[in-house]
Write a protein that binds this ligand. Structure first.
Ligand SMILES: C[S@@+](CC[C@H](N)C(=O)[O-])C[C@H]1O[C@@H](n2cnc3c(N)ncnc32)[C@H](O)[C@@H]1O
Length: 321
C-alpha cells in the first residue's frame, strides 16, 4: 500500500511538470526522463527479449512490439503534447457535462503512457477509461503497471483486441485517443482505427489527435525546411465522416489527388506530416519522429502529373504514380 501511494505521488509530480503550459521549459525533459525510468522499472521492459521486439502484422498496419511501444514515451514533445491535449479535452468535456467522461484509448502499449499522467489529475468519478491493445505482452504488462500505481478504479474495461475491427459494446464514448502513428501515416493503423471507431460513434466525440495533415513537399539538399506543394490528406472529423459515408465498413475508400509537380525534381519530393493534437498542442516539422520527412517513391514511369492515393493492404501509406 505504501509503495503504491509512493509511486502514485511520483507520477503526480511528473504529471504536474508535463502539464505546465509552456511548450519548452526546464522541467519538461527531466519529467519525461523520470517518467520513462518509472515505467520501464515497473513494466520490466526487456530490450533483449525478441518476443518484446516483434511486430504484429495486420491488414490495416503493424502493431509495433512491446519494446518499441514502450520507447515511445521518450519522445519528449510527442508525449507532452498528447498528455496535455488529453487533459484539456477532458476539462472541456467536464465543462459541458457531469462525469465520468469516458475515454476510449486504442493502442495503449505496455504503459497506457498518454493516460496515466491524466488519470492522477482527476477522480474516477470524473474520468473512466476503456483500454484496447492487440499485443498480449503489452496488455499483461499494462495490467501490472495499472495495479502498481493503484489506478484500477479509473479503468472501465481493458481488452486484447484489434481496434481496426473492434465492435464497441457501449457507444457512450466522449473522447477517442490513439497514437498508432508513423510519419506520413505509413506502416501503422491510425487512420483505420479511427475510421472503425468513428463509424460506430455519434457527432459529439472528440478525437485525439484532432487532425493529421500529410503534405507533398519539396526539399532541396540545401534547404532548411520543406516547402509545401499540396495537401494530400487532412485527416480530421470531417474527413472521417466523408470517408465513412462513401465506404462500406472495412473497405475504406480514399480519394485520388492529382498534382502537377512542374519543375520540381522527383528526388526532392517528400511527404511531410503535421499534427494538431488538441487545441494549441501541435507537432510540426521535426518536433518528433512522427514529423520526419518521408521520401516519395514513384511507381512506374516518371511524369510531371502525379496521382497520390492513400491505401491499407498490410502496409498503409500513399501510393504515387
Ligand atoms: C506507437 S505505440 C504507442 C504506445 C502508447 N500509446 C504511447 O503513445 O506511448 C502503438 C500501440 O498500439 C498498438 N496497436 C497497434 N495496432 C493496433 C490495433 N489494430 N489494435 C489494438 N492495438 C494496436 C501497438 O501494439 C502498440 O502497443
Amino acid at each position: 500500500m505504501y509503495q503504491t501511494q509512493h509511486l502514485k505521488e511520483q507520477l503526480k509530480r511528473i504529471s504536474n511538470d508535463i502539464l505546465q503550459p509552456e511548450d519548452f521549459h526546464d522541467k519538461l525533459a527531466p519529467a519525461i526522463t523520470a517518467y520513462t525510468k518509472l515505467l520501464f522499472d515497473i513494466g520490466e521492459i526487456e530490450s533483449n527479449d525478441t518476443e518484446e521486439r516483434n511486430h504484429i502484422n495486420l491488414k490495416f498496419g503493424n502493431a509495433i512490439g512491446t519494446f518499441w511501444a514502450a520507447n515511445c514515451v521518450k519522445e519528449v514533445l510527442r508525449t507532452q503534447r498528447f498528455v496535455r491535449g488529453l487533459y484539456l479535452a477532458i476539462q472541456d468535456k467536464l465543462a459541458q457535462k457531469s462525469g465520468p467522461i469516458h475515454i476510449l484509448y486504442a493502442g495503449t502499449g505496455p504503459f497506457a503512457t498518454l493516460a496515466l499522467p491524466v488519470m492522477v489529475q482527476f477522480s474516477p468519478e470524473e474520468v473512466q477509461f476503456t483500454l484496447l491493445e492487440i499485443n498480449e505482452t503489452s496488455h499483461s504488462k499494462l495490467l501490472n503497471v495499472i495495479d502498481a500505481f493503484g489506478l484500477r478504479a479509473y479503468v472501465r474495461q481493458i481488452e486484447i483486441t484489434d481496434a481496426t475491427t473492434y465492435i464497441l459494446p457501449n457507444t457512450e464514448v466522449d473522447i477517442v485517443l490513439s497514437e498508432t502513428l508513423n510519419r506520413a501515416l505509413i506502416k501503422e493503423p491510425q487512420v483505420f482505427i479511427m475510421l472503425n471507431l468513428a463509424s460506430q460513434l455519434g457527432n459529439d466525440v472528440t478525437y485525439i489527435p484532432e487532425e493529421i495533415t500529410v503534405n507533398l513537399s519539396e526539399k532541396k539538399r540545401n534547404d532548411n525546411t520543406p516547402r509545401k506543394i499540396e495537401t494530400l490528406i487532412n485527416f480530421n472529423f470531417d474527413k472521417m465522416k466523408e470517408i465513412i459515408s462513401q465506404s462500406e465498413r472495412y473497405k475504406w475508400i480514399f480519394e485520388e489527388i492529382k498534382v502537377n509537380i512542374g519543375d520540381v525534381e522527383v528526388d526532392d519530393l517528400y511527404y511531410t506530416t503535421e499534427i494538431k493534437v488538441y487545441r494549441h498542442n501541435f507537432l510540426a516539422y521535426e518536433a518528433s519522429s512522427l514529423n520526419l520527412l518521408e521520401r516519395v517513391k514513384l511507381e512506374g514511369k516518371y511524369t510531371k502529373d502525379l496521382i497520390f492515393k492513400y491505401f491499407a493492404n498490410g502496409k498503409p501509406g500513399f501510393s504515387a504514380h
